[in-house]
Design a binder for this molecule. Structure first.
Ligand code: NOJ
Length: 528
């Protein structure tokens, strides 16, 4: 696979550090725990581990409120622990991706403490301060992602500050060159320490309308949607000046060897593509969340893949994400049977896959009992807690699922005694085995890892497509429905092929052609 970069061929594994492995007996995961479990990630066949924030933080948003961009929270360990984790990852052939949070800091960050100390503090302009309107109301109508006004009144200095997320997460002023320089220094700190790249948290928020004009109402809002969606975010993020910021960040990582820039960007596909930058001078991988957001139906998903492939800029590398700590787990969204189809899709589409911890064993969303809720969004807006998808990793059937020696910070899923890494490791039909085999197949096949993609006509509930590279052809056929399906003609070279993997893990080497019959919720990979 010469001529491709590691992150094009590679698979990214996303660790939510609070929930991966606790080693110091406080019920919360830590860096040493991640280090101990790196073999699981390498054993799956992944290439990189992205770790959600581990910086010093008051933990109002579980680490996405950063109080020091160049440190490690004692809860997770020390810088030395981090260095050890990176060294161990290296030894296992794994890259390490740091989560970087540019749009906002914690309100406890020394920069903000200075900024709010007086109107003429040199760091006043490091954040977004504005006078009240004559009637005392906030400067504009923007709403925080976690509901309520995006402005907080500061009594002491008599102005509002902007917080696109929690009031404890004030937005940095990216139009101030000193802020940019300070953030770039922080990125250099980690690059110098050997990290292989960054996942940039809500990077598209960094540049807003310079005049901070009101957002228009969203005609598509319906009850049940979060308050933030009552307005279109026309002026509060994704200003065209984002192109400058993203290309500056790219220039910075390009000063180093072979590093990766991923952007967390929830925007319509047309806008998402802008984040590849002019002549691909932006993010290598603007995260593509469409498999999470698109209705789980063969036709919808087929249309999505066509559309995404069609919109990619020349040379832009695709990527696909099935889950993360902000979204309901895939096994809950599509159901346990279809989660196998989702996994087969993730690892056979063209583009870098990102796998969320626990999805490889089909972890469900967990109902959190009253009083045990942790997520700030859930506290601010009823119905929007993200705790269900953040519960501890289920390693084995010992007490606390091998995650900790004490009661974990969030409750375990009730199914942990049966559903865990150890039990699935021994089971040739398990979700874990399916993941291992899918990943091994992808890694061993240039057609799957880096080949072209083309769709086959979608029939009924079946989405079928091909991957090809230099004469090698692979056909993927996925039944999105709970009924048997038959595809009459898969246009296999020579009219026949061999099943190399079924989601049910029981059809190895079966000869098929010119079509194939699929059982309910079955997907197959066919080699010519
Ligand atoms: C996106 C992160 O993934 C999410 O967890 C966080 O709450 C917001 N950004 C704010 O940083």
């Amino acid at each position: 696979m010469a001529g491709t970069r590691w992150w094009q061929r590679g698979i990214i594994y996303h660790v939510y550090p609070r929930s991966f492995q606790d080693t110091d007996g406080d019920g919360i995961g830590d860096l040493e725990g991640i280090e101990q479990r790196l073999e699981h990630i390498a054993g799956l066949g992944c290439d990189a581990v992205w770790i959600s924030p581990v910086y010093p933080s008051p933990m109002k948003d579980h680490g996405y409120d950063v109080a020091d961009y160049t440190g490690i929270h004692p809860l997770f360990g020390t810088l030395e622990d981090f260095d050890r984790l990176v060294a161990r990852a290296r030894a296992l052939g794994l890259k390490v991706i740091m989560d970087f949070v540019p749009n906002h800091s914690s309100d406890q960050h020394p920069w903000f403490l200075e900024s709010r100390s007086s109107r003429d503090n040199p760091k006043r302009d490091w954040y977004v301060w504005r006078d009240a309107k004559p009637d005392g109301s906030p400067p504009n109508n923007w709403i925080s992602v976690f509901s309520g006004p995006a402005w907080k009144w500061d009594e002491a200095t008599g102005q509002y500050y902007l917080h696109s997320f929690l009031p404890e997460q004030p937005d940095l002023n990216w139009r101030n060159p000193e802020v940019r320089a300070a953030m770039y220094d922080a990125m250099r700190f980690w690059l110098d320490r050997g990290v292989d790249g960054f996942r940039l948290d809500v990077v598209y928020y960094c540049m807003k309308d310079p005049e901070l004009r009101d957002n228009p109402p969203n005609p598509g809002w319906k009850p049940g949607m979060p308050e933030i969606d009552t307005l279109l975010q026309t002026n509060s993020n994704d200003h065209e000046d984002m192109a400058i910021v993203i290309s500056e960040m790219r220039e910075l990582v390009d000063e180093y060897d072979d590093r990766l820039l991923i952007g967390e960007i929830y925007l319509p596909l047309e806008r998402l593509m802008a984040y590849y930058g002019r002549d691909l001078s932006g993010a290598h991988l603007p995260f593509n969340f469409q498999l999470i957001l698109t209705p789980w139906e063969a036709r919808e998903v087929a249309a999505l893949v066509e559309q995404y492939e069609g919109l990619l800029p020349e040379g832009g590398w695709p990527n696909w994400v099935l889950g993360n700590h902000d979204q309901r787990r895939v096994a809950g969204r599509v159901g346990a049977a279809q989660a196998r189809i989702a996994a087969m899709l993730l690892f056979t589409l063209r583009g870098t896959p990102t796998l969320y911890y626990g999805d490889e064993i089909g972890m469900p969303n967990v109902d959190i009992p009253p009083g045990r809720g942790e997520d700030a969004w859930g506290r601010h807006e009823a119905g929007f807690t993200r705790d269900p998808q953040r519960t501890p990793m289920q390693w084995d059937d010992t007490e606390h699922a091998g995650f900790s020696t004490v009661e974990p910070w969030l409750p375990l899923s009730p199914d942990w005694r049966a559903r865990n890494v150890a039990s699935q490791d021994r089971d040739p039909g398990s979700m874990l085995t399916l993941h291992r085999r899918l990943i091994a197949l992808r890694r061993g096949s240039p057609a799957l890892a880096i080949g072209d993609w083309s769709g086959i006509e979608t029939v009924g509930d079946v989405f079928a497509f091909k991957r090809h590279r230099e004469g090698d052809e692979i056909t993927v056929v996925l039944n999105f429905g709970a009924r048997e399906e038959e595809v009459a003609d898969l246009h296999l070279p020579g009219g026949a092929g061999r099943i190399t993997l079924s989601t049910h893990l029981d059809r190895d080497d079966e000869t098929v052609g010119p079509g194939v019959r699929l059982r309910p919720n079955e997907g197959v990979i066919i080699v010519a």
